[in-house]
Structures are given as C-alpha cells and as structure tokens.
Design a binder for this molecule. Structure first.
Ligand SMILES: NC(=O)c1ccc[n+]([C@@H]2O[C@H](COP(=O)([O-])OP(=O)(O)OC[C@H]3O[C@@H](n4cnc5c(N)ncnc54)[C@H](OP(=O)(O)O)[C@@H]3O)[C@@H](O)[C@H]2O)c1
Length: 511
C-alpha cells in the first residue's frame, strides 16, 4: 500500500450541518490536525442549506469537536477552525454550484491548496444522484480520463467519498455506480465502509499472509465451515425510522459482513497494494453463489426481537418503527463460494440487534482428523471419544484477539481436554481506540483505495443478498427471538442442517 503523504486539497463536505459531520467527520479531522497528520495545506468547505456564516459554522462545530475529539485546546481549535469555511446552498439545485465553486476557489486560494478537491457526500442517500449530476455539470471535475493523461501523478485530482448505504438493492446500486462513473474514474471513487477499519483489514492480512502455519490449512481440505458474527447488545434505540426501511441484511450483511467474508476468503494478493488487494476481494465476491428465490429460504433465518432481558420493549414498539413491521433485526445466511479453494465449505454469516452480547468475530472450524486414533480407549477413558474440532477465532470486537482451540492430554492420566492458545491484542500491544473516519479520509487524500469498495464488490455483494430480500422470508417473524438471546431457533436449525452449531461465547468468555 502506498504510504504517500496526503496531498494538498479542499475537502468539500455536503451535509455540513448534519449529525455525521459534527459527531464523526470534524472531530476525526481535528484529531488528525492535532497529530500533524493532515496535509500541510488543506481547507474544509462545509455545504448545507442552513443559513450560517463561517463564524457561526465554526462555533456550531466547536462544542462537538471538544466533546468527541480525543484532545482539545482553544489554541488548537482556533488554528483548525481557521481552515474551516461554510457555504449555505441547496446542493440538489444546479444553480447552487456557482456559489459552491466560488467557495472552493476562495478557500483553496486562502490556504494555498487550490485545484485538488475531495468531495464528501454526507447527505441522505436520495441526494447522492442529484448532487453527483450537479458536480458533473459544474465543471469542477477536470481530471478527465486519467488513463490517457501524460503523467497522472502530477495532475490535480478530484475524488469523491460516498457514504453508506450504497443503494437499497442491486438496481439502485448500479444506477448510482453509473452516475458516479459518468463523472469520476473508478480510481477517484471512494465508497466508504467505516466498519472495515484499517486494523481489522491489516490484522486479517497479517495473520493470513505473514505466517506460514495458517495459509496451508486455509482451504476446503482442512476447514469444515466458517462463521462470521456481528452481534449487538443494543436494540434499534433512536434509529427506528431509518432501520425499519433497511433491516439487518441491508444494514450489515450486504454492506459490511460480506467485506469481512471477502478478506477471510480471498487469495493472497500479488503485492501489499490497494489495487492488488481489491482485485482479490472482487474475485471472491464474484464467486459467491447467487441462489434462486426457492433455495433462499433453506439458506437463511430471519428474526425480529421481542421484549426480553435486554429490552422491555419489542422492536415493533420502538420509536419510528411502523406498526406491524416485518423488518428483520436478525439475519443468518449460508453463503457458498464456488471456487477452487472453498467449494463445499459453508460460510455462515449472522448479525442481530438486542443479542446476548456484543461480539464481532470470524470463527474457522477445522475438519476432524482423518482417523480417531484414541477412540479405541473410549470405554476406559470416555474423554477419548469424539472430540470437538480445532477452531480458530479472530475476535474483532469487543476484545480484539485470536484464539486457537486444540486438544491436549491431562498430565498423569489418559484424558483429553480442549485447551486454548489465546492472544489478546490490547494486553500484548496496548491500545487506544482508533476512530475509523480519520484514517479513511487521509487514505482518500493519498489515493489509497484499499479500504474502499470497488464498483464490482458492491454490485457482487448486492447480487449475493438479493434473494434474501424477499418479503416472504420475513412473514411472521415478529418476536421470534427474545431481546438478550442469540436469535431465533431457526438460526440454530440452519446450522444443524450442515452438522454445525454457532459459537455463542458466554458473557465472561473472551473468545
Ligand atoms: N450519522 C451517522 O453516524 C452516520 C453513520 C454512517 C453513515 N451515515 C450516512 O451519512 C449520511 C448523512 O447522515 P446524517 O446522520 O449526518 O444525516 P443528517 O443529520 O440528517 O444530515 C443531513 C445533512 O444534509 C444536509 N442537506 C439536506 N438537504 C440538503 C441539500 N439539498 N443540499 C445540501 N445539504 C443538504 C442537511 O443540512 P440542511 O438541512 O442544513 O441542508 C444536513 O446537514 C447519510 O447517508 C447516512 O446514511 C451517517
């Protein structure tokens, strides 16, 4: 991956008065600024309709930055806020771009960072298309077809970061990709996935490709099945209205968990470089079997939480949720990857709200040894009978670490017990929370697309989940699992059909 310095640019945030900007983007940028990681020359131009001047905008952001940034001082804020400007405009109106263009020019000249522009779409998804079309019509994107430029490295650039959700289905994602592609080269489009933090990606790549011992076993010969879990303890809380339109498959599986699956399943990239890594991820996404609507019901389990120990209100009683809603707050899906490495190995992906505990992990269960050597001792020593298979768990949240379960002999007697090798990242390396947005924006300024999704990945992930969006799969799910449990019974049945069971660690268990 290129570690080039981020280039001088004007960052134009559409949706400047909104929640994402004040709670995430500005605090993350302010943190980077204080750590001297921002480019020497940069400016930020916020765009939204609320009438405000520069000073009022800076004042509005100050309290949020003080609250959400890791450190804050009046002096640092003054220096940072000097780079922040505001343009009150309706970005969905083509006429607004004269003022926006002038704002970019002024900010660029003042901070000597004119010509390169990073657009950030932090607005509601229905505004993506009109704003992209208006950017196209404004003439602000001048970079043209980079592949036929003489020296792309020396040209000013224009890039765009697009927030999630990226479409609501395959068709809308394609429409959005086409609109983006009319104006920007694919290498200038940054489809952000803040969930896919740098740490997770790098940890998985290092574990797999900086060691000799795992990769030879990482295939259909030795792996029985793979489980990817992202469970949340909380319910929908105040996001009921948004969530009710989306549901677990759109909100988590299509957008995030298929990315984790791609990292766990991809081939080794030829180089540690963004294009090489993305190429391998695309190949996995394309190999995920797209099942027929008839097959889908036997390959998934949908759920919606009812009241339980984690919440005295059911999902349907949450604010913003439609009465009688059949939106799933839990989904478990079996995916198959039809390629040489993974043919026949099920990948079970599940996610849910109001679950027994917060947990994000990838668990690989190995096949049993070819011969049960110790089974002849079973009568005298019952523990020598069938033993649990080896299992490798990569825990992403809440306690980042890796554990390997294997079988060991108890000293002094012929008894076998499962034991664990456990590696805890924080205990070993120490750690401080890493806010995903800052490093991602810096990557976009550098031109590093490793952590951003390619058009083909997004469309591949939509193709894979489309059969599971059928409303018929959600009929009658209301209250089929209690808040605070591991999801509906159907989820256990889904795995039992393949002779597997979920890894549901107890509340005290780390991995
Ligand atoms: N909030 C989060 O934590 C979060 C996390 C992940 C993804 N996202 C995504 O980020 C996007 C923004 O979310 P949000 O929570 O920040 O929404 P929000 O609080 O509703 O903010 C929307 C922003 O868009 C502006 N806006 C609306 N119409 C506009 C127009 N025609 N021209 C220019 N600006 C306009 C609004 O300001 P005015 O009313 O002043 O115009 C406001 O600043 C969404 O796509 C969301 O899915 C958000």
């Amino acid at each position: 991956m290129r570690a080039a310095a981020p280039g001088p640019c004007v960052l134009v945030i559409f949706g400047a008065s909104g929640d994402l900007t004040r709670r995430k983007l500005i605090p993350a940028l302010y943190d980077l600024f204080q750590r001297r990681q921002m480019p020497d020359r940069f400016a930020i131009l916020g765009v939204s309709r609320s009438p405000m001047g520069n000073d009022a905008f800076r004042e509005h952001l100050r309290e949020w930055a003080a609250k959400f940034a890791h450190s804050h001082s009046d002096e640092a804020w003054r220096a940072f806020a000097d780079r922040v400007h505001y343009c009150a405009a309706d970005a969905a109106e083509p006429g607004a771009f004269a003022a926006i263009g002038a704002g970019i020019e002024r900010a660029g000249e003042r901070h000597a960072c004119a010509s390169s522009i990073l657009f950030y779409l932090a607005v509601a998804p229905q505004l993506y298309l009109p704003i992209i079309d208006n950017i196209a019509a404004s003439g602000l994107v001048t970079e043209g077809k980079r592949w036929c430029s003489i020296n792309t490295e020396t040209l000013p650039w224009q890039r765009i970061i697009v927030e999630k959700p990226f479409g609501v289905d395959l068709e809308s994602a394609r429409t959005l990709n086409r609109a983006l592609g009319r104006t920007f080269e694919e290498e200038s489009i940054y489809r952000i996935d803040h969930y896919l933090g740098k740490e997770l990606v790098q940890n998985l790549l290092v574990l797999r490709f900086a060691n000799t011992i795992f990769e030879p076993l990482w295939n259909r010969r030795y792996i029985d099945h793979v489980q990817i879990t992202a469970a949340e303890e909380v319910g929908v809380e105040s996001r009921g209205a948004f969530y009710d339109e989306a549901g677990a498959v759109r909100d988590m599986i299509q957008s995030h968990l298929l990315q984790v699956l791609a990292l766990a399943a991809m081939e080794p990239p030829a180089r540690y470089e963004d294009t090489a890594i993305r190429r391998e991820k695309i190949k996995v996404t394309e190999a995920i079997r797209v099942v027929s609507p008839q097959e889908a019901s036997a390959r998934c389990a949908m759920g919606q939480y009812g009241a339980g120990p984690r919440s005295d209100k059911s999902y349907r009683e949450a604010r913003g949720v439609a009465p009688g809603s059949e939106t799933e707050t839990f989904a478990a899906i079996r995916f198959d990857i039809d390629n040489w490495r993974w043919s026949g190995v099920p990948f079970f992906v599940r996610t849910g709200k109001a679950m027994a505990r917060k947990l994000t992990e990838v668990a690989l269960t190995f096949r049993q040894p070819p011969i049960e050597l110790f089974s002849t001792l079973r009568e005298a020593h019952p523990s020598c009978g069938s033993r649990p298979p080896n299992r490798l768990i990569i825990n992403i949240q809440p306690e980042e670490g890796i554990s390997l379960r294997f079988e060991g002999k108890v000293p002094g007697e012929m008894r076998i017990e499962s034991v664990k090798l456990d590696f805890d990242y924080v205990a070993r390396f120490g750690g401080e929370p890493i806010e995903a947005y800052g490093p991602l924006i810096l990557d976009a300024m550098r031109g590093d697309q490793t952590l951003f999704k390619h058009r083909d990945e997004v469309e591949g992930a939509w193709s894979a989940v489309m059969p599971f969006l059928d409303p018929a799969l959600r009929r009658g799910i209301a209250g089929n699992y209690r808040a605070g449990s591991w999801g509906p019974r159907e989820s256990e049945i889904l795995l039992a059909r393949s002779g597997c069971s979920w890894h549901n660690p107890g509340i005290e268990e780390t991995r």
